[in-house]
Design a protein around this ligand. Sequence first.
Ligand code: GLN
Length: 537
Amino acid sequence: MTSKIKYIFVTGGVTSSLGKGIIAASLAKLLQGQGYRVTIQKLDPYINVDPGTLNPYEHGECYVTEDGAETDLDLGHYERFLNVPTSQANNVTTGRIYQSVIQKERRGEFLGKTVQVVPHITDEIKRRVQLLGQSEDYDIVITEIGGTVGDIESLPYIEAVRQLRWDLGEDNGLVIHLTLVPYLSAAGELKTKPTQHSVKTLMESGVQADILVCRTEHDLPKDLRRKLALFCNVKEEAVIQSIDASTIYDVPNLMLDEGLDKVVLKKLGLKSTVPDISIWNKFVHRHKNPKSEVTIGLIGKYVELQDSYKSILEAFIHAGAENEVKVKIESIHSEYLNDENIKLKLGHLDGVLVAPGFGERGIEGKITAVKFVRENNIPFLGICLGMQMAVIEFARNVIGIANANSKEMDADTPNPVIDLMEEQKTITEKGGTMRLGAWSCELTQDSIAGKVYKEDVIKERHRHRYEFNSNYKPQMEAAGMLATGLNPDTGLVEIVEIPSHPWFVGVQYHPEYKSTVANPHPLFVAFVKAALSNRKK
Ligand code: GLN
């Protein structure tokens, strides 16, 4: 294998939401299947330093890496497809670029020069792109540029790509441009003009696309591909169709059929073989051929948004395939749940997951939901805020501490069963200051968690400020809610269970971030299994 690192840039044209992340991840999967070590990076043109401070309504889920970066949800796709962890270096925003350039300026490192977008901002972008290549862990770095070509805020990134292509040399970098070929039903035709325009816009910035990936609802006929090739300066074999798929997990095979990996490797001067993606294909087969079905309620306050619980939904797909069942998710808005309608809303479910979240809105509905599943023996998984709600519910309704609450919801509660973590008490800044990233957790052996993980110590990813208040632990345990996972250094409670219930688990961490196609998360697998046996009953 060549020691030179190759760079692939993925840009988007015509419209947003074409799925650059899925195309990047699918290509990476095919390259990985041929023995190449690949990583994917996302450059986001917005000014937030990271998406951690963004509301899910703005930007969907915030994904968290092992090393505690709060990132774009595309990094979740990268990990789920490749089964390789990402890190801080895999997601860079304009905010972060400017932050480091300005810090350098304040340190006097520019030696009296005027600091400008070109070269200083573009240099910093180039440095961040090449940082991953320098680690020597990868043969190929795929860099996905967020936004759409032509956006004002994308310009420095496109300029950095132009310079990098020049610096790297012919065979060491290429640009994939993802566009849309719309179908006009009134005319009964597929239209190439938007693609032509977006390729032209890219060229105005000095960047020639090497490969076009065209999102389409209908097959692209040969003459249309020829036309696109001719007008956009690409080879005909480099016009790749990306037709709408019923699942994102079909996309690697669709790209394989179109020969995307071959065109890429040829252009980069690398050897191409038939990729081995047998584990992937086995998963896809199981996913598409379930033997039975379970219905799981997902209770949250952003349920109307497809992207806000992305990793949870994907983890259920992995766990469903592992169990050979179709997991039907019923999204239930916690704000509208109350004692009167709870049976109607939850009574038919095989399992219930109470989602993570922040702030007061919808929490009483979550607590009502926990009470119902606890009393009715419905399998329950509570994640982060969901776990905290389970603790409050138990304290209120089983122990009888009527005013038990989280300090997040009621700063003056006399019974803070969920309290602000000690190290959080002096923190005033919001961005990047939560308890983040992977932390160790020691498991009680004969608990559900102990049996599910089959390990003494696990590492899971966190993103929170509040925590089970250990002062209440003796009381909670005496009443039947056990702490079955503890941080070995601080004693913080990371997992709670109710052994008298068939399957009741609350986790302070986010297991969903670590579920991948190759490694479905054991807790989700066990939860789906519990839901399945509940259904059979
Ligand atoms: N809001 C809670 C906390 O900060 C839970 C966070 C979450 O669900 N990710 O502790």
